[in-house]
Design a protein around this ligand. Structure first.
Ligand SMILES: [Zn+2]
Length: 488
């Protein structure tokens, strides 16, 4: 029995429910890709399924729309497949149990994520492609794979057969908000040399194991604007501030390049205990004062304190990390520039996400996530970090590059959408730009002079087992897309 039968738009929810029957977590996209390709072919439409399992379906213009510019409708077919730990389900092979919460007007899946992100785009595209009453220019539907794991489908896709330069991305989660720009990014992996030190120099020293923690952290794209503390930067500041020579047996902080680090631990050798403890007290007071609003639970605590004579048998190596710490201390971090075009938007930023001392390779590893909506600003910042690493004898590798999508002052698509939105709903949409990556950035890089806007219906708690897709909102956004296609 179908669960979403009575919902409108009927064909949209029909396809949405079909998708929930086909397991389609990232990297498990063969079946859904085949489903989409066979939909295209069985409807007599030009269909391309490439080596990445991306699917492109083209429907030529209807009568009277032959001279209108083609529209590209775009989204991704994969979802973040997660389930409640107590639910016994194999999300690689079993369908979702889709359900409706009528009182609160949303669709969800029992015990699992729903895939509203980005099933909305896929179901919208299929329902519109089969709609013979729709008047439309040439429609170019592009459904990518593995967006959630790094936009791999969009990276690999060949779009040379497309004729459109106007793209509507349907991968947003707030009705009434039109996204008009996103950041591009890359990862800087730096290795700074440290010197293995002889224990003989450090006989009378004491080893302090210290933790800087209690920080709020957050996503290095969306939350960098909040100016929260970075525990890796604080650790470098603490160490650089105390002594001209920094001896470490351990340093480790952060979990991912794109997460603002919340905890950093290190073991430092110091000569004068009381001097160091007085310094530590003052340091802690100072930084707690600086961050008392942004990071109220910040702490800096001594986990252990042992004389070198007690630890030297249990620890292989002590290193002099003075130059590497100078690098971590002086390297920029956080927001570097705000946009002058879009209020409140971070234009360029970086995050020192991970630091780790490796005694084996006598090096200190540091990973940064760099973002900017302006390509040249991203390169400039990257060059500065690389030059600084080089100054301290470090080596740098750049990985994970993805292009940004800069705000277009002149966007006929955005103007047309704003006018239509106001006509249909009696209010203006909100224009927004985000400091994180979207597939639009990759499309912008592959299609010349691309005019692009990203929209979507209200969704909540995507990527979790509480994911919700709102019904009336889906209906309105679907109708808006339909009307946009028919508008001239
Ligand atoms: Zn998505």
């Amino acid at each position: 029995m179908r669960k979403l039968d009575k919902l409108e738009p009927n064909r949209f929810f029909y396809y949405f429910e079909e998708l929930t029957k086909i397991p389609h977590g990232s990297y498990n996209v063969d079946a859904i890709s085949d489903y989409l390709a066979s939909f295209g072919r069985s409807h007599g439409l030009e269909t391309i399924q490439d080596e990445y399992k991306n699917v492109i379906i083209i429907k030529e213009a209807s009568q009277g729309y032959e001279n209108e510019p083609p529209i590209i409708i775009q989204g991704h077919m994969d979802m973040v497949a997660v389930h409640k730990p107590e639910l016994d389900i194999d999300m690689k092979t079993e369908p979702l149990k889709v359900a409706i919460n009528e009182a609160e007007d949303y669709v969800y899946a029992e015990g699992t994520s729903l895939g509203g992100d980005d099933g909305f785009a896929v179901a919208t595209a299929l329902a519109l492609l089969e709609d013979e009453s729709l008047k439309h220019p040439r429609l170019e539907v592009v459904i990518t794979t593995n967006e959630e794991t790094g936009m791999e489908g969009a990276f690999g896709i060949d779009l040379s057969m497309l004729k459109g330069h106007t793209l509507l991305n349907l991968d947003s989660e707030d009705e009434g908000i039109f996204l008009t720009s996103c950041a591009g990014g890359l990862r800087i992996n730096a290795d700074l040399p440290v010197k293995v030190e002889s224990w003989d120099h450090l006989k009378g020293f004491t080893c302090y194991e210290i933790e800087i923690g209690g920080l709020l952290g957050g996503h290095s794209g969306e939350e960098i604007v909040k100016g929260r503390a970075n525990s890796n930067k604080l650790a470098a500041r603490l160490l650089k501030g105390y002594s001209n020579s920094v001896y470490l047996t351990m340093l480790e902080g952060g979990l991912a390049d794109n997460a603002i680090p919340r905890t950093t631990k290190f073991s430092v050798l110091v000569e004068d205990e009381s001097n160091f403890e007085a310094y530590l007290d003052k340091f802690t007071k100072d930084v707690r004062n600086e961050y008392h609003t942004k990071d109220p639970d910040l702490f800096c605590k001594v986990l252990s304190r042992k004389p070198v004579s007690e630890i030297r048998d249990s620890i292989d190596t002590v290193v002099n990390a003075t130059e590497a710490i100078k690098f971590l201390y002086t390297v920029p971090d956080g927001v570097q520039a705000m946009s002058a075009d879009v209020e409140g938007l971070v234009e360029t930023s970086l995050n020192l996400g991970i630091v780790k001392l490796s005694s084996d390779s006598a090096s200190l590893h540091a990973t940064f996530s760099v973002r900017s909506s302006i390509e040249s600003a991203k390169s400039d910042l990257t060059n500065r970090v690389c030059l600084l690493a080089d100054t301290y004898g470090g080596k740098v590798k750049i990985t994970g590059r993805y292009p940004g999508w800069a705000y277009r002052a002149d966007s006929p698509l955005r103007d047309r959408m704003c006018a239509l939105y106001e006509k249909m709903y009696g209010k203006k949409p909100i224009l927004k730009a985000i400091h994180a990556g979207l597939e639009c950035g990759l499309f912008n890089n592959k299609i010349s002079d691309l005019d692009c806007v990203s929209i979507g219906p209200d969704m909540k708690e995507i990527h979790t087992t509480e994911e919700k897709l709102y019904i009336s909102s889906s209906r309105r956004v679907y109708e808006f897309v339909r009307a946009l296609i028919e508008s001239k």
